[in-house]
Design a binder for this molecule. Structure first.
Ligand code: IMP
Length: 427
């Protein structure tokens, strides 16, 4: 079962890092395929908390080779900061492989991200401010910088100058900012050239060869289905394709090589940044989920918006991503509620819908229809098998499974590596 994709089914922060970690040492390659350092995976190993933004969470596996695919946008400073940070804590990632075609986040992309958000005022997206959108815009506009360009100073100089031509006009004339000097950017980027050189590979070739040899390749999604530029709650989305299809375009591996797609769903729902969120809670219940779930952004520290589990949100994600399994995370956070509301559909202008709304206008007025499931009071953090869970908790899981239409194969019952209930093998 060599090609496995792990994908978020809500608005990110589902705890994908934990699910990846549960796949353990059986993985030979762990690959990121989209996004950049807007992500934030938290993994706890031996009571040490690791937060990674650019490197995949699977980097902590002692046996797997880390790969950054062409679909990723790379902030070189962050990349080396993370690698050095891991090394000082005893985890040396001596050979992350980096696609020659991955795009580079230059300092001007971050500047543009911040000024455009400020300029948008109330219409802002609530981006992470890491330069993600402007870097992907340049990629699509064919004025981006790629990793391989770092190895050719003349070409890099040419590309930076071309990219800045229009941006400087924008910065000075529209945003009232200072012009950015091309040569300064070039020097800064070239500072990383020698360090990155040995890591630059034809990642598509490496991964296809690995799959030919029967190696297990894990494609680790960042962000999530509903933040996808095509399938998410546009325009309140990120600028890439975190959905399963993105694993193919973002690495150069064909769809026939994918054997399994594991969707990660939190037992309730959270979102950071702006945008629609039908089950969002603005009361003490929301505050309780935030506090007990530690729902603060791993990247920006922003408090996450919290709400009840929204079944159509996960159902559409499971369908579009072709999920074979669901890994349900943070179920332990739901212990202690008398009744747990689960959204099973919406009321849209007096009409009942059981599926996620098709249009932005419908979504804006969709109010959730809840089913109230009986809660449980027991602490479930020591459960290691499905039978260890209290009956109401098992029923909660079974009802979600029914609503999502996909089997739940794993459950997270606490932050530590071993706090997992495995129902079906994930590899
Ligand atoms: P950007 O990716 O920084 O452009 O941000 C676009 C939207 O995606 C914002 O609402 C962010 O809060 C959200 N976002 C981006 N990355 C993540 C993530 O890893 N988890 C959750 N939300 C994210």
């Amino acid at each position: 079962m060599p090609g496995i994709i792990v994908v978020g089914t809500q608005w990110g922060d589902e705890g994908k890092g934990k699910a990846v970690d549960a796949l353990g040492e059986s993985v030979d390659y762990v690959v990121r395929y989209s996004g950049g350092n807007n992500a934030g995976h938290t993994v706890v190993v031996n009571d040490q908390k690791f937060i990674m933004h650019l490197l995949p969470a699977g980097v902590l596996s002692k046996t797997a080779t880390t790969v950054i695919g062409n679909g990723v946008v790379i902030d070189l400073e962050v990349l080396y900061h993370e690698l050095d940070g891991l090394a000082t804590r005893g985890t040396v990632v001596d050979h992350p492989l980096i696609s020659a075609n991955a795009h580079i986040i230059a300092p001007y992309h971050q500047t543009l991200d911040k000024v455009t958000e400020r300029f948008a005022g109330k219409k802002r997206i609530g981006t992470t401010g890491r330069g993600i959108g402007p870097t992907y815009s340049d990629k699509i506009n064919r004025i981006g910088l790629r990793v391989a360009d770092l190895l050719d100073a003349d070409l890099l100089r040419e590309k930076v100058a071309a990219s800045l031509e229009q941006k400087n006009q924008l910065l000075v004339k529209l945003y009232n900012r200072r012009e950015i000097e091309a040569e300064q950017i070039v020097e800064q980027l070239l500072g990383y050239a020698e360090r990155i050189r040995p890591h630059v590979v034809d990642a598509a070739r490496v991964l296809n060869d690995a799959l030919d040899e029967g190696k297990v390749v894990l494609f680790e999604g960042a962000q999530a289905h509903h933040l996808d530029i095509d399938h998410g709650t546009y325009p309140y989305v990120t600028s890439s394709n975190p959905t399963a299809g993105g694993a193919c375009t973002g690495t150069g591996v064909g769809p026939t090589r994918i054997d399994r797609v594991i969707g990660i769903a939190k037992a309730y729902t959270t979102r950071v940044g702006e945008g629609p969120f039908p089950t969002e809670l603005f009361d003490a219940d929301g505050e309780r989920l935030r506090t007990e779930g530690g729902e603060y952004g791993a990247t920006t520290g922003r408090p996450r918006r919290c709400g009840w589990f929204d079944a159509p949100v996960v159902e559409v994600a499971a369908t579009v991503n072709g999920c074979t399994d669901i890994f349900l995370t943070k179920l332990d956070i739901l212990s202690g509620w008398e009744k747990i509301p689960v959204c099973v559909g919406y009321d849209i202008n007096g009409e009942r819908s059981e599926v996620f709304p098709m249009t932005q206008s419908q979504l804006a007025i969709a109010t959730p229809v809840y089913e109230y499931l009986p809660g449980w009071s027991e602490d479930i953090s020591a459960a290691r098998s499905f039978a260890d869970l209290p009956v109401n908790c098992r029923d909660y899981v079974k009802r979600l499974e029914e609503l999502i239409g996909c089997r739940i194969s794993g459950i997270g019952v606490g932050p530590a590596r071993d706090q997992v209930v495995l129902i079906n093998d994930l590899v």
